[in-house]
Design a protein around this ligand. Structure first.
Ligand SMILES: C[S@@+](CC[C@H](N)C(=O)[O-])C[C@H]1O[C@@H](n2cnc3c(N)ncnc32)[C@H](O)[C@@H]1O
Length: 253
């Protein structure tokens, strides 16, 4: 059996592109992202099993019958795991499998554009493909407008100014860690809310920041929702939502 081809074996490998498609509004894709998606024969994207991909939805007007699509399904969390399995292990397996599918295309000489909601390297799944493939193939990143700046635009408040310290926190953090981080910064964005919203809200209230905090859902999309966090009376937030605690002083100068 012949050895698998790799870059430099006489056949030109394709290039890998991590393409940021922005936070939701298709008009917020960069010109470079639009050009790259249109020019790439293969389009990849991650999605929750059984659900449409948000990144693909943002770019859908650019995807034609001339593109081949590689959909990478995340493992489902509610599946019963064997005692020896963890969700983290399953995720690693999912990334390995996705990287192997992309590698096959690259070795065949096809360029692959992997769509990523927001920016590919800002908490984006593309990074797991980049980490697995960039040492053997040409891999380029096209940055995108991230949800962070989409959130502050949605509430119309400066996120941070001057010497202020801005923290990006995760709703998955423990209440104690969230509290410590919030008192140590001047402004914050809390992503990955889901069922953690109740905990996040109560921590924000406990450190006296509730009157400055906003809840933002699906920023920049047609379904955008934006309200003071105090008025967001929901037990569980959808995946594409965040809390923004903007600068305390920027509006005063
Ligand atoms: C894994 S991170 C991906 C961030 C993305 N790469 C970016 O640059 O914005 C996903 C989290 O970002 C936040 N998020 C992404 N897009 C959003 C949007 N349009 N509106 C509100 N939150 C968003 C949510 O908190 C979500 O749980």
């Amino acid at each position: 059996m012949s050895a698998p081809l790799s870059a430099g074996d006489g056949m030109d490998s394709g290039n890998l592109y991590g393409v940021g498609v922005g936070p939701g509004d298709p008009e917020l894709m960069t010109l470079k992202a639009v050009r790259r998606i249109s020019a790439s024969p293969v389009i990849g994207y991650f999605a929750a099993r059984g659900r449409p991909s948000n990144a693909r939805r943002i770019a859908e007007d650019l995807i034609t019958e001339h593109h081949r699509e590689l959909r990478f399904d995340y493992p489902v969390t509610v599946e019963c795991l064997a005692p020896t399995q963890s969700y983290e292990q399953m995720l690693l397996g999912c990334y390995d499998e996705a990287a192997a599918r992309v590698e096959e295309e690259l070795l065949a000489g096809h360029d692959v554009a992997v769509l990523c909601e927001g920016d590919p390297l800002f908490y984006g799944s593309y990074m797991y493909l980049h980490n697995r493939l960039a040492d053997r193939f040409t891999a380029k990143v096209i940055p995108g407008i991230s949800s962070l700046t989409a959130g502050s635009a949605a509430i119309g408040r400066p996120l941070a100014c001057g010497d202020e310290l801005l923290s990006v926190l995760s709703g998955v953090m423990s209440a104690d860690d969230l509290k410590t981080s919030l008192v140590a910064c001047d402004a914050a964005v809390i992503i990955k809310l889901g069922r953690n919203l109740v905990k996040v809200k109560s921590v924000i209230e406990s450190v006296g920041l509730l009157d400055r905090a906003y809840y933002v859902e699906r920023a920049t999309s047609a379904a955008e929702i934006c309200s003071p966090l105090a008025d967001a009376d929901i037990a569980s937030a959808p995946y594409f939502s965040m809390v923004v605690i903007p600068s305390a002083v920027a509006g005063l100068r």
